[in-house]
Structure formats: C-alpha cells, structure tokens
Design a protein around this ligand. Structure first.
Ligand SMILES: *Cc1c(COP(=O)(O)O)cnc(C)c1O
Length: 413
C-alpha cells in the first residue's frame, strides 16, 4: 500500500497517525519498508539517502552487519530473562572506561527514562528540590522537563503540555544556553537547587555549539554552589567521539545520561556517575528506580557490539567530520555562515548567523526550511523534517552519498 493510504488508516488507530510527533510530516509521512547502510526504502518504491538516522542512534548506519550479528546471536538465546546478565557488566565496563566521570551505570530503556531518574537521583543526593535546565534543551517527554521556553530566566515555569500540572514545573527553572550570567544569578538567589541539567552540545534545536569556556564555567560555578551537573549526552554521547562531549571539552559532570548510540540502535537509556552518587540508587540506596526491560539482553548486546566496533574503528569520527566539512565547503558562500556542524552533526539554519541559543535558533525562517526540505526529499535526500532537528551522517555513508547530498543542497537552496 502507498504511504498516503497507510497514513489515512493509521490516523484512525494511532493519534495523529504516528508513534512520535516529529514523524507527522504534512500532508503525510512516507512509510519505510526497509533500510540498509545509508539508505531507506519506502513503501512508495523510493530509495532515499538517510540523514535522519533514527534521530541519532544509527552512527554506524542501518543494519550494520556487526550489530545485526550481535542481535541475531542474542535472539537465539532469548531476549528477556528478568535476571542479571554478564553482558550488562561488560557494557558498564566499556562506558566507565570511556568516561572519566563514570564509575557506575544503571541501564534503562530510553533517554527520557534516564534523565527522569538522573533528576530524581540528584534530588535524593542533595536533598534539594529545584532543578535548572537550558531553555529549549530537550531531555525527553516527562513532566518535570516539559516546560515552555521563552518564559524568562527567573519566572516560574509554565507547562509545555496539557496534563502537566504547574506545581511540577514550578520546580524547574530555565536559563539560556551560553549564558553564564543568568546561571550565576539564579544560583545566587535560590539555594534549593539540586541540579543543572544540560545538553553539552544542544542537539534538539539543531546543533547549537557551546561558546569557548562556557562548559568549563558551568562546571566551576555549579561545583561552587553545591549543585550537581547532569550532562545529558543522550544525543552527543559517542556521537562527537568516544567519551562524548565531556571528554571532548574536558569536563567532569556529576551525573551523565546516555542512550541512542550506546544501545546500538535498540531502545536504551543509561544514567551514570561516580560511585558515591550512584550507590544511592535502589537497591543499593534509597532512590527508587526500576524497569521490566532495563538492561534487556538485546539492547545491551547491540550496544556492546556497536561500542566495540567504534573502538576498533575510531578513525570513523575523522571520516564523518570530513563528510560534513565537505557539505559545508560545497555550499554557496552566503550560506556557509549559518551552516553549523560538529563531527557528524550538521544543520543549515535559515538565518544570517549561527544561533548561540534557543531564542536565536527559533528566529530561523521555517517556511523557507519547509520548502527546502521538500525539495531535498524530491532529490532523494531524507533530512529530519524540522528546522530544529539535527541532521546526521553515518559511517555507512559513502563519498558518493556526500556528493549527492552536497549537490542537492546547492540545487534546493
Ligand atoms: C533523544 C534525547 C532524549 C530522549 O531520549 P528517548 O530515548 O527518545 O527517550 C533525551 N535527551 C536528549 C539530549 C536526547 O537527544
């Protein structure tokens, strides 16, 4: 059946026809039949070069043979035991080894779950109530982080979704990204702050990069104020390099959240940190956290296979960086300034300069982006369908793919 027909049926059975809102492309999304390497094959018979890569997890591309073999082998031996497995130890070892800030990990099933537990843990550890997040920073879809952006640094949060009660978000403050003064101001006025949670590199409004020394300053003043620093590396963990942004920028957060790539493309979330904090998690300590599918053998096996492969082929990060540089260099001069990239992450913002925070990113011309996006799809390139989602290239992309992407950019611009 064609995508348009499938979507008509889906809308009667699934709200909005999709399992996650960003997938609801107008007038209808294409339906995927299968995927391999850098390609997606649709129910309409199209072959597309994928620059969405499952919104981040597929660093190695679709259906990577090494990850596939690990999943198949595990599936032969069962996929859920309700008991611990040796593989969880192995994955925890790799992650602790790669991140100097991490001694212990707890595995969950999604990034949202990981940040929810990380915030609970920070409150349990500090015995303080409030948290600070970055305006426009994305930490998943749970109540405490669904707070409207643009409501001003020191005002109380306003829920960003029906069904979230104001009492819950009244404990969530926001500061603009790359703005140390606002953070200092909140910290000086409020002594009940458990944690500052941030994406070290903003990945969910497109990539917004930290200005020089921003993250170092963040680390310094959170430590001075006894506020835990939670680095949400669900998107940039193993994306910008082994050890994620914290190793790249040489920062030691108190708690780290991971997911996406660390699960090899299967459902995964991880919250992790130093022993003294992590040992407060149940059953070692009083901060409750649990899950039927936590540390499930399929996700853990896929994660181990992906991370081992990355370690054995760490040159892939330079290759991916070269790919996005090539796309940038190919662009007409006047667009290069608002093309933002970091390794395999990239985005062209339809505005004059690269944004330094959410408000600036939001000044992009989304109407122009919409037209551009449709043009790219016609050229056979699948970009995430929003000006505010990061594009990705994977290790499965070829120089031929990058040429096609670059040419399509020029043509559609
Ligand atoms: C994707 C993402 C999440 C949510 O992860 P899910 O697995 O979708 O629940 C949280 N934080 C960041 C930074 C993300 O990119």
């Amino acid at each position: 059946m064609k995508s348009s027909e499938l979507f008509d049926i889906a809308k009667t059975l699934i709200p909005g026809g999709v399992s996650s809102p960003v997938r609801a492309i107008k007038p209808y999304p294409f339906y995927t039949k299968r995927a391999n390497g850098s390609r997606i094959y649709t129910e309409d018979g199209d072959e597309l070069i994928d620059c969405c890569m499952g919104y981040g997890p597929l660093l190695l591309g679709h259906c990577h043979p090494v990850v596939k073999a690990a999943i198949e082998e595990q599936a032969t031996n069962g996929w859920l035991y309700g008991t611990p497995t040796e593989k969880e130890i192995e994955l925890a070892k790799i992650i602790a080894c790669d991140h100097p800030s991490i001694d212990m990990c707890r595995f969950v099933s999604s990034g949202s779950e990981a940040t929810m537990a990380a915030i609970r843990l920070a409150r349990g550890y500090t015995n303080k109530k409030d948290i600070i997040k970055v305006e426009g920073g994305f930490h998943g879809a749970h109540d405490g982080v669904l707070i409207q952006a643009g409501s001003g640094a020191l005002t109380m949060g306003v829920p960003d979704s029906a069904g979230v009660i104001p009492d819950v978000v009244s404990h969530t403050m926001q500061v603009p990204y790359n703005d140390i003064e606002s953070l200092e101001e909140i910290l000086s006025k409020n002594k009940d702050i458990a944690a500052f949670i941030l994406e070290p590199v903003m990945g969910n409004v497109g990539p917004v990069l930290p200005e020089k020394d921003y993250l170092k300053e963040v680390r310094k003043i959170t430590a001075e104020n006894d506020v835990l620093l939670i680095m949400d590396e669900v998107i940039c963990g193993y994306r910008v390099g082994i050890g994620g942004a914290q190793v790249m920028y040489d920062i030691k957060p108190d708690i780290t959240t991971l997911g996406k790539i660390a699960g090899g493309g299967l459902p995964m979330g991880i919250f992790a940190g130093r022993k003294e904090i992590m040992e407060l998690v149940a059953p070692a300590g009083p901060v409750y956290q649990a899950g039927t599918f936590s540390g499930n053998p399929l996700s853990v096996s896929a994660g181990i296979a992906a991370l081992r492969y990355i370690h054995e082929n760490s040159g892939l990060y330079d290759k991916l960086d070269g790919f996005t540089k090539e796309i940038e260099d190919y662009l007409p001069e006047r667009y290069r300034n608002s093309f933002v990239r970091l390794g395999s992450m990239f985005k062209l913002y339809f505005r004059d300069s690269p944004p330094s925070n959410y408000v600036e990113a939001k000044q992009s011309d989304t109407e122009k982006f919409g037209k551009f996006w449709k043009g790219m799809l016609k050229e056979g390139i699948f970009l995430p369908p929003s000006q505010f989602e990061t594009n990705f290239v994977s290790a499965a992309h070829t120089t031929g793919d990058i040429e096609k992407i670059s040419e399509a950019y020029c043509k559609c611009l």
